[in-house]
Ligand binder design. Structure first.
Ligand SMILES: Cc1cn([C@H]2C[C@H](O)[C@@H](COP(=O)(O)OP(=O)(O)O[C@H]3O[C@H](C)C(=O)[C@H](O)[C@H]3O)O2)c(=O)[nH]c1=O
Length: 173
């Protein structure tokens, strides 16, 4: 008996048995450290960064917070020398990375992560990897950036390209 309706499609695999997106190959140099919330009687506690996780072996020189209003987008950014470590500490944020480094084994690759209160994770973004963030929810969200080189006010190590550039094969929606 045919029970399908016109236009019916079967789901492909989207997630592995450990709930990692099945299609996810990490961009060269990118690392992700997922952490678990520690549930307490009066709330919960979340570790954000430990040197002993050995995610990059780099120093911590500064920590700053970026707050995104509902649906706010901040893209695209890259740094020549600075490693970003992004941790969404409030709400839910999409973190999208693009490898535009010619000669990189993952040149041209996009990585997309959704992290935050529900799925805490630290994302290590190496220098020269383009990144953008989007609060895709209706409540204010924020992320912490734990950088290995503090922001230089007079000479920021910060390059930008518009969020809708045709040179990155990703559209924030
Ligand atoms: C980083 C920094 C910036 N500023 C000043 C400089 C600007 O006048 C203003 C906004 O800084 P920026 O334009 O860098 O902020 P975003 O565009 O939100 O970018 C930041 O958040 C996204 C997600 C990134 O990935 C960037 O690496 C990070 O810089 O704050 C400071 O006063 N101190 C600082 O440490």
């Amino acid at each position: 008996m045919n029970w399908n309706l016109p236009g019916t499609e079967k789901d492909p695999q989207s997630i592995t048995a450990d709930w990692t997106p099945s299609a996810l190959t990490l961009i060269e140099g990118v690392q992700v450290k997922e952490v678990k919330n520690v549930l307490k009687n009066n709330g919960y506690l979340t570790e954000i960064y430990r040197k002993e996780w050995e995610v990059d072996g780099l120093p911590v020189d500064q920590v700053f917070q970026v707050t995104l209003l509902p649906k706010g987008i901040s893209a695209w950014h890259a740094h020549q020398f600075t490693t970003d470590r992004i941790f969404v500490n409030v709400g839910s944020i999409k973190v999208v990375l693009y490898d535009g480094r010619e000669g990189s084994p993952t040149y041209g690759m996009i990585n997309e992560f959704r992290g935050g209160t529900l799925r805490p994770m630290l994302i290590i973004v190496p220098p020269q990897v383009w990144h953008g963030v989007q609060n895709y929810t209706d409540t204010t969200a924020s992320l912490l950036n734990i950088v290995d080189q503090a922001y230089q006010y007079e000479d920021p190590d910060h390059w930008r390209i518009p969020g809708n550039t045709p040179h990155i094969p990703y559209q924030f929606s």
